[in-house]
Design a protein around this ligand. Sequence first.
Ligand code: NAP
Length: 322
Amino acid sequence: MTIWTFLGRQWTVLPPAPKGDYLKGIGLESLKHLVQASPSKLILCVRSIEATEKILGELQSLHPDLKAEIVFLDLCDLNTIKVLPDELRKRGVEKIDVLINNAGANPGNANKPPDFTKDKYEKTFQINVLSPLLLSLILLPFLRESPTPKILFLGSGLHASADVKLIESSLKDNKSIVGAFNEKDGDWYNNKQIYGISKLLLQMITRSLIPSLHDINIITVSPGLAITNLGRDFNFNLAFYIFGAPFMLLNARSAEKGARNVSSAVALADQSYDYWAECGPSYSESSWLSSGNGIKATKAFYKEMIEEVEKISPGATKGLIV
Ligand SMILES: NC(=O)c1ccc[n+]([C@@H]2O[C@H](COP(=O)([O-])OP(=O)(O)OC[C@H]3O[C@@H](n4cnc5c(N)ncnc54)[C@H](OP(=O)(O)O)[C@@H]3O)[C@@H](O)[C@H]2O)c1
């Protein structure tokens, strides 16, 4: 092989990892940790049934007593969340001790307009913010059957550097924040920024849930930068290979290490925590969240989201202190 062929091959942009029967990530690694604690039953709510069955089979060959249910759930389809309580009851589930809202999506680094779900919400907003909230509230009756219920949300350190312009302008103009992030005309949208912003919006929700739900421990877990499939929609260009790849190699954790943050919160968090990182109680690095505008926006956004959930699933927010 000549040096030119070698360089040509090495610099060829490879296609993204195949989708479908290919699972890795913080969810899978957390699962591997959790099965070692002999849970009485695992309920795996996923959109990839076949791949999950395969993984469960492998886990059950190592842990023959492991009981589990696999249930279809697509956070882009709110109806799959709404029917979940009935589906769980049909399968004999009455109680949930720990709910882990692991699923999340990053739409990548392309300059492109927003995608909308069939529920008419911007896709990243629905997957990362609305659906975890709706799911958590809809499952409250199951959680309340547990003596020590916990809800985990997967946050991200990127919330602290997220652009707050659209949130602040909505607040200033007395306009809906939910409306602003789901506006059909995509002028407001920045595909590269939306992931960090969605995690900020999620952080605004989870810290509001803590005083609203006295009887449930709410923990926002930050797994840190970890090598998973989260970058599946990124275009890996030359700049990525020169700057991004060495940065990732030097600084990113394995998915398994990221997952230690989840499993440690399941095992050790004995109260609600606004932020859980490096396997222990931590703090959000967003000074904006503690600023006057941040506090006002958090309150306004939470109220709107509770109203939104109530519209989607009447009765789901009953008893919440808003
Ligand atoms: N990796 C990081 O550096 C990092 C840092 C901070 C926070 N996080 C957060 O950690 C969580 C796990 O992410 P990850 O890094 O493990 O990424 P990942 O490998 O891409 O895993 C994301 C998971 O979410 C599921 N998912 C995505 N969209 C879904 C939908 N519409 N309905 C149901 N499930 C859906 C995926 O299901 P499929 O398997 O079917 O695709 C996958 O299991 C996310 O909330 C992410 O934002 C990750």
